[in-house]
Design a protein around this ligand. Structure first.
Ligand code: XIL
Length: 485
């Protein structure tokens, strides 16, 4: 799978892939990997101390649409509000200005409204999953699946052929998956081949960073553009990877024609968008993030999106039902940020999905984004409690958009990256320990291309690979976590 031109430049990657410089074995080899791990993968990972993202050419479709309210909910530092959009495919909608005004930064990071044990329910995860859920964590020791094509089928993502000293290979040892958001311009890029090399080596699940959002799929009313999303699905298929659809119903990535709709049109337009988009990729995705970020930062209620304004809270149930009607087997997820630990917001997410489930609404799981400030990470014991109460509802969980900013972590560059490794490890260990945690996805793979630069400025180094695609210590931390070390 390593193209020659990529191999020449990928020595830093292979240092983590293979300690002796050989091309990595495609054979699942526990003993070898354990030996490598015992030598200490951290010592084998190349890690550039130089940040040269300023000099890096942005991919043609690198998008910088602001997500003003997005945060791990664990970070009290103010978020710079950007309106820049470098993307060619995703317009900046007028509605975003409205969305920005909803942000209540002061509410972020408050650890309020802890849930008592009675509300949390049993953390024993004794729920009985329905048939659609069984893929989550069902891979077993060899990463085998039930043959569901949405789960990678017989491709390398799920037949145990990925080396366990890669992030995806390690994840598969317990039936989990390692995902990332991608941008189409970087897939099979001739000018930046290391992107594809790292992607196909360490990941087995792709998420469109924005190419399946409304702003791309129906930027012009009645004109659908599925080509960028198709490119991601085709790439995944060639490489035996799964794809998660992201995202159907959000307050961002809305073209002006949507935000200008007459109130009486909103419901029908929403239904039609979901039917068209889910229908287009029917049978090709393992899951959809159906509703994204619907709850306010303070957990008091629903964000004042056009969906909530015109349809009330019923837009959520409506969206899930429309998605199920368009694809009877794809898993349907609610996705949000700042709901990882115990807080008023995570309580609200919990009660939302509990009530949907109890009402028979087709919801299969919850995505927790994990945009984390390394200087103020969510209390992991509380994250565990939160995961267990969601799982106890009979839902899957997934860590959907992990990035861990370390600019505010005190110490030297090496100390910041060591702390980042620990946090990546400890967060992903929470997924690894739970069979019903389907996957952990990073929001990008390299510090060279990260939306964090647009949100917080440069220097946060949030992703597992550095600007030169060398594995940072975080990679070894992730591998250890998946392997239960
Ligand atoms: C971001 C992307 O990274 C940007 O490229 C895009 O322009 C705006 O959206 N939470 C989400 C993601 O659910 O969709 C956001 O992605 C990041 C925050």
């Amino acid at each position: 799978m390593f193209a020659d031109h990529a191999r020449k430049r990928s020595d830093t990657i292979l240092r983590v892939v293979n300690s002796d410089g050989r091309e990595p074995s495609r054979v699942f080899n526990v003993r070898w990997a354990v030996a490598v791990a015992s030598l200490g993968l951290a010592a084998l990972t190349g890690c550039s101390s130089e940040e040269d993202s300023q000099g890096a050419a942005a991919p043609a479709d690198a998008s910088a649409e602001s997500s003003p309210a997005v945060d791990g909910g664990v970070d009290e530092s103010p978020r710079p509000e950007t309106s820049a959009n470098d993307g060619q495919n995703e317009p900046v909608p007028d509605a975003m200005d409205d969305a920005r005004s909803e942000v209540t930064p002061d509410a972020r990071g408050e650890d309020v409204g802890r849930t008592d044990a009675a509300e949390a329910g049993s953390p024993s995860a004794d729920a009985t999953p329905d048939a659609r859920d069984v893929d989550a964590g069902s891979g077993g020791a060899d990463g085998a699946t039930d043959g569901n094509p949405r789960d990678g089928g017989d491709g390398p993502a799920s037949d145990g052929a990925r080396p366990i000293d890669t992030m995806a290979g390690a994840a598969l040892t317990r039936g989990h998956h390692m995902g990332t958001a991608v941008q189409t311009a970087l897939l099979d890029s001739a000018t930046e081949p290391l992107f594809t090399t790292v992607l196909t080596t360490h990941y087995d699940l792709l998420v469109a960073e924005y190419q399946m959002k409304w702003g791309t799929t129906q930027a012009t009313r009645g004109v659908f553009n599925f080509a960028p999303g198709d490119q991601i699905v085709a790439f995944a298929s060639r490489h035996g990877m799964m794809v998660k659809g992201h995202t159907l119903v959000w307050h961002q990535s809305l073209p002006a024609w949507v935000t200008a709709l007459a109130p009486t049109e909103v419901g029908a337009v929403l239904d039609a968008q979901i039917a068209a988009v889910v229908g287009h990729w029917k049978g090709q995705l393992y899951a959809w993030d159906v509703v994204n970020e619907a709850i306010t930062d303070d957990g008091a209620g629903y964000r004042s999106s056009i969906w909530f304004q015109h349809l009330g809270a019923a837009f959520i149930e409506r969206s899930f039902r429309a998605a199920r009607a368009a694809d009877p087997s794809v898993q349907l997820l609610y996705n949000d940020y700042g709901a990882e630990a115990l807080s008023a917001k995570s309580n609200r997410v919990y009660t939302l999905v509990r009530d949907l489930k109890n009402a028979g609404v087709p919801i299969d799981g919850v995505g927790l984004q994990f945009h984390v400030n390394g200087a103020a990470p969510p209390p992991l014991g509380d994250v565990a409690t939160n995961l267990d109460r969601l799982i106890a509802l009979g839902l899957t969980v997934n860590f959907s958009e992990i990035d861990i900013r370390v600019a505010d972590v005190p110490g030297t560059q090496a100390e910041k990256l060591a702390r980042q490794r620990t946090l990546y490890h400890d967060i992903i260990a929470l997924c690894a320990a739970r069979p019903r945690c389907h996957s952990a996805s990073t929001w990008g793979i390299t510090d060279k291309h990260t939306w964090i630069d647009m949100q917080y400025g440069a220097g946060h180094m949030p992703l597992p690979f550095d600007v030169n695609y060398a594995a940072k210590p975080a990679v070894a931390g992730v591998i250890d976590a998946w392997l239960g070390k």
